[in-house]
Ligand binder design. Sequence first.
Ligand SMILES: [Zn+2]
Length: 301
Amino acid sequence: MRELVPLGENCAYLPGGVNVGVVWAPDGRAVAVDTGGDRDAGRDLLRAVEGRSLRLVAVVNTHSHADHYGGNDYLLRQCPQLEIWAPVLEEAVLRYPYLEPFSLYGARPPQALQNKWLMARPSSVHHTYDTLDGELEVAGLRLRVHRADGHAVRQAAVGWGSVCYAADAFFGPEVLAKYEVPFTHDVAGQLATLKRAESWPYEVFVPGHGPPVSREHLPAVLEANAQAVRRATERVRAAVGGGATSDEVVHRVARALRSPPATPSTYFLLRSTIMAHLAYLLDAGEVQCVVEAGVLRWFAG
Ligand SMILES: [Zn+2]
């Protein structure tokens, strides 16, 4: 059984494939930050919370990727009074998970993309919140929210006391090493988030994936994340070369990876990320895109 690991006063996290945060009030009411990817993750979270004689009353989801809200459905069935909070816009995906593979594919996705990695079970959302820097009062607890968009459209990081639950605002170093092209929705937004995160006022930072990072080590971890994003941009720029279609760019990048995509899901996640880098380069005037005779081609700008 997984157990909560204390991080500070009235706060802890449940380590796992996706780290889940837990903060609680003196009266024992607890709030989770994310819930993991599925029923089992939700069950582990509930057991861990109840094992500390706490009562889970709310969940604050940081963004709408299935591995972060997939435990909601189980928890809502077990705790009908549970209140779910989600960022504006991201909340739509929690309620309609179809939007995730739909957005990656750009049309009705084939069954191969309608799987648990890209679609969790739908979740009610009782409250939405803006991902602006500010406070969020949940179950009597004053949490702090930080804008952390880039990896997801309206990703949030959540702070409590000296602890920041950063979710996928950045990846832990060991996790980052596995992703040659980290998933991103908005390259400029992600780089801006990595810069802003340096000034978030906490001592411990819990990424969604990987062990907690101390304030002392945070700048190096953020820089490693920024370097990974910049390297991905350079891979895409090199793949454009003297001109290429979008698919040619994807295939040139994929061929050079240590572990290229091996399933439709990983292919479309990579493709979406590469399209984000192409948009970033296009908006910066560093590449152009031209449609000729029905074919869209990217060129160096
Ligand atoms: Zn994510």
